[in-house]
Every structure is written in C-alpha cells, then in structure tokens.
Design a protein around this ligand. Structure first.
Ligand SMILES: [Zn+2]
Ligand SMILES: [Zn+2]
Length: 149
C-alpha cells in the first residue's frame, strides 16, 4: 500500500492573527516537552514542539513580534498584540525553528514521537499513550513507562 505524501504547507498563526507565518516543508520532528518552562510558556500541561527547517518558514503578516531572550542561545518570539508564543529559535540549532503545535492549522497532521522531561511533568497530568519517554535531570534519558508517569 502506498502511503500518502507528507503535507508540506501550513500556516502558523497567533491567537489574534496579527502574526502569520507560512511553512513550506514537512516538520523535522514533533515531540512533547513536560519541563516547567514549556508548561509556563504554553499555560498548559506541556508543549508539543514542531520543528521546521528555518528556510521553509516565511513571515507573511505585519510582524508585530516581541522577543524574549531566555538564555544566550534561546530566543522566544511572541505576538506583540495578543501575547501568543509563535516560535522559538536556538543558536545551537541554527537551521531549525521550533513552533508550538497549537499555533498550526488544526487540520495539519502531526505525529508526535516522544515525551521529554517526564520526571518534571505536572503530577495532575497522566500520560496515556505508548510513545517513548525520556526524563531524568536532563529530561532526555530513556525512562520506562510507569503507572504514575
Ligand atoms: Zn496576536
Ligand atoms: Zn520543555
């Protein structure tokens, strides 16, 4: 059976739609991150990160972006009007743009491949899928599934 080709075009949009980016490539990766930064960044139990090749993403709106430099390497970009997080860049990964999955068109199919920082996740959130889990202090050590995690 032949599988259908990966979709390679979608829109990244903030809550108020002032910021729009067009993506012309399939994602490099899709993962869930349960670290405390990602919880606070999204205001939810975790952030689902979609990584795209930076060269495939084009700003098409008026670009009312505000920038929050988290560390020497990591910079988060927000809509200046509504405050939505629309993407993050990391100087250590210069060819990649990290996008919160919720900012993508909802009919763009995504296949998350793993959970990271599972030892940092909120205790009220329960993982109920069979995806590989990574945790420990680094958030990236293979971690067997446990009932409580
Ligand atoms: Zn906005
Ligand atoms: Zn995280």
């Amino acid at each position: 059976m032949q599988s259908s080709p990966l979709p390679s075009s979608t829109t990244i949009r903030c809550y108020c739609a002032a910021v729009r980016l067009q993506v012309e490539a399939p994602p490099n990766s899709v993962v869930h991150c349960h670290c405390g930064q990602c919880r606070r960044l999204s205001g939810a139990a975790f952030t689902t990160w979609v990584s795209f090749p930076k060269t495939a993403v084009v700003l098409t709106g008026q670009e009312p972006l505000s920038v929050f430099k988290v560390t020497e390497n990591v910079t988060r970009h927000f809509c200046r009007v509504c405050g939505s997080h629309v993407f993050t860049t990391d100087a250590r990964l210069p060819r990649t743009l990290g996008v919160p999955a919720g900012a993508l068109d909802g009919d763009f199919p995504l296949a998350p491949t793993a959970h990271y920082f599972v030892d940092h996740k909120a205790i009220w959130h329960h993982l109920c899928d069979e995806l590989p889990r990574f945790g420990g202090n680094s958030g990236t050590q293979p971690t067997p599934a446990r009932d409580s995690r």
